[in-house]
Design a protein. Structure first.
Length: 436
C-alpha cells in the first residue's frame, strides 16, 4: 500500500477527467431536473459521492484514485444546479439570498473540516468520515417536499399546495392561498412565454433557450461575473497555494496557513449571510471586488519589493493579504454568483440554465487553473499579480454598470430587468397579479 503523499501528483492529474465528467453531468442534470424534480436529483447525486469516498478509502493505486475522483465529480456536477434551483423556488424573496448563502457556507464548513481532519487523522479515516456526509444528506433530503413549481408543472396542484404549507411551517392551506395563487400565475405566465420552445422536440431542444433574451442576457452576466470571480479571488492559484506561499516567504507555517485561510473563508461566508438582506448583493459584490483588487495590487507590490531587495520577506505580510482576499471573496464575489443562479432565470428555463451555468463555471475554473502556470512562467509572479489586479478593476467597472440588485425582488421583477416589457412580444406580456 503506497503512502498517500506519493500519490498526490497523480491525484492532481485526475482533475482533467473530473472536470470533464463534472461538466457533462452538470448539463445532464438539467434534463433530469425537468423530468424527475430538484429533490430527486439531489438524492441521486448522493449515491456517486458515497461510492467516490469509499473508492478513495480502498485506493491503493493511481487507477483507483482516478475512479474515485471521477465518481465524486459526477456527484458534484449533478448537485450544484438542482440545489440552487431548489432554494430559489421554495424561498420567499426576502429569504432567498440568505438561504442561497447558507449552501456556500455549508460547503466552506466541509472544506475547513477536511483541512482540520487531515491535519489530525490519517487520510483513510478522513475518507470514511467524509462518506458519512452524503449518507446523511441522502437520508435527510428524503423528508423534504419537492419544489412546488415543479409539482405544478406536472399537474400535481394538490401536492404543490401541501409542499408550500410544509415549507411555510406546516400551516393550513388558507394561510398560503395568496402565495399559491401568485405562484400559479407566475407558472402560467412562464408557460405562455416558452410555448414555442416546449413544442420543440429532440434531445437538444432545451438549447433553444439560449436564443431567448430572458436566458442569454442573465447567462452572459453571470458568465462574465464568474470570470472576474476567478481572477479576483485568486482561484487559479489555489492548487499551487503552497508554492505561492513558499515564494512569498511563508515557508515553515504553510500547513497552519491553509487552516487559517479556511477559517477566513468561513468567516466571510457567515458575514455575507448576516448582511446580504441589509446591504444587497450588488453592494457586497462591488465592495468585495474593490477590496480584493487592492489586496492583489499590494501583493504584486510586495513581490516587486522582495525581488529588488527593498524589504525582507516577512511571513505575516502575504498571510494577511491572502486572508483578506479569502475573507472578502467569500463575503461577496465567490458566493454571490451562485445565489444569482437561483434567481435570474425564468421558471421554464431554470433547470437547463442553472445546469449550463454550473458547467460553464467548471470549464472556466479548469481552464484558468491550467493556464495560470504558463502565464506566471511567461510574465513572472509580480507581473501576473499586476495583471490580475488590472483585470479585477475592469470587472469592477463592468459589474458597476451591468449588475442589477436582486435581493428581495420577485422573479417577475428580475425577469423584467433583463427583458423590459417594451422589448417583450405580445405573447410574453400578460396582465395579472404580482408573482412571487
Amino acid at each position: 500500500m503506497p503512502n498517500f503523499s506519493c500519490l498526490i501528483p497523480s491525484l492532481l492529474g485526475t482533475g482533467v477527467y473530473s472536470i470533464c465528467v463534472n461538466r457533462s453531468v452538470s448539463c445532464l442534470s438539467g434534463y433530469a431536473q425537468k423530468r424527475f424534480g430538484k429533490k430527486s436529483c439531489v438524492v441521486l447525486a448522493c449515491v456517486p459521492s458515497i461510492f467516490g469516498w469509499m473508492l478513495l478509502w480502498y485506493a491503493n493505486s493511481v487507477t483507483m484514485l482516478y475512479w474515485s475522483t471521477i465518481t465524486m465529480g459526477m456527484g458534484l456536477g449533478f448537485t450544484d444546479g438542482p440545489a440552487y434551483s431548489y432554494i430559489g423556488e421554495i424561498c420567499e424573496p426576502r429569504l432567498r439570498g440568505i438561504m442561497s448563502c447558507v449552501i456556500n457556507m455549508a460547503c466552506l464548513i466541509g472544506v475547513l473540516s477536511s483541512y482540520g481532519l487531515s491535519y489530525v487523522f490519517q487520510w483513510k479515516t478522513v475518507a470514511v468520515v467524509s462518506a458519512l456526509c452524503p449518507i446523511m444528506c441522502l437520508i435527510l433530503v428524503t423528508f423534504i417536499p419537492e419544489s412546488p413549481i415543479w409539482l405544478l408543472s406536472k399537474g400535481k396542484n394538490e401536492k404543490a399546495m401541501k409542499a408550500i404549507c410544509w415549507l411555510r411551517g406546516w400551516v393550513d392551506p388558507h394561510v398560503v392561498s395568496t402565495e399559491y395563487q401568485e405562484l400559479m400565475f407566475y407558472y402560467k405566465t412562464s408557460l405562455d412565454k416558452s410555448k414555442s420552445i416546449r413544442d420543440s422536440k429532440g434531445v437538444f431542444s432545451s438549447f433553444l433557450w439560449v436564443k431567448s433574451p430572458s436566458v442569454y442576457r442573465p447567462l452572459r452576466l453571470v458568465t462574465i461575473y464568474y470570470i472576474f470571480t476567478l481572477i479576483s479571488c485568486l482561484t487559479p492559484c489555489r492548487p499551487y497555494i503552497v508554492k505561492l506561499m513558499y515564494e512569498s516567504g511563508v515557508k515553515d507555517t504553510h500547513s497552519i496557513a491553509l487552516v487559517l485561510y479556511g477559517f477566513m473563508q468561513l468567516a466571510g461566508s457567515i458575514g455575507l449571510t448576516l448582511t446580504v438582506r441589509k446591504l444587497g448583493k450588488r453592494m457586497l459584490t462591488l465592495s468585495t471586488l474593490g477590496i480584493n483588487t487592492m489586496a492583489i495590487f499590494l501583493f504584486a507590490v510586495y513581490f516587486v519589493c522582495i525581488k529588488n531587495k527593498l524589504i525582507n520577506s516577512e511571513a505575516y505580510v502575504p498571510m494577511i493579504l491572502y486572508s483578506i482576499i479569502m475573507f472578502s471573496g467569500a463575503m461577496g464575489m465567490l458566493t454571490v454568483p451562485w445565489t444569482l443562479v437561483s434567481e435570474i432565470y425564468p421558471n421554464e428555463a431554470k433547470s437547463f440554465a442553472s445546469s449550463l451555468t454550473t458547467a460553464i463555471y467548471y470549464i472556466l475554473t479548469f481552464s484558468a487553473t491550467k493556464v495560470y502556470l504558463s502565464v506566471e512562467t511567461t510574465l513572472g509572479l509580480n507581473n501576473t499579480f499586476f495583471m490580475m489586479a488590472g483585470s479585477s478593476f475592469v470587472g469592477f467597472l463592468y459589474l458597476y454598470r451591468n449588475m442589477p440588485e436582486t435581493e428581495n425582488k420577485t422573479f417577475m421583477e428580475i425577469e423584467e430587468f433583463f427583458v423590459p416589457q417594451n422589448e417583450q412580444t405580445s405573447s410574453e406580456v400578460s396582465p395579472g397579479p404580482r408573482a412571487v
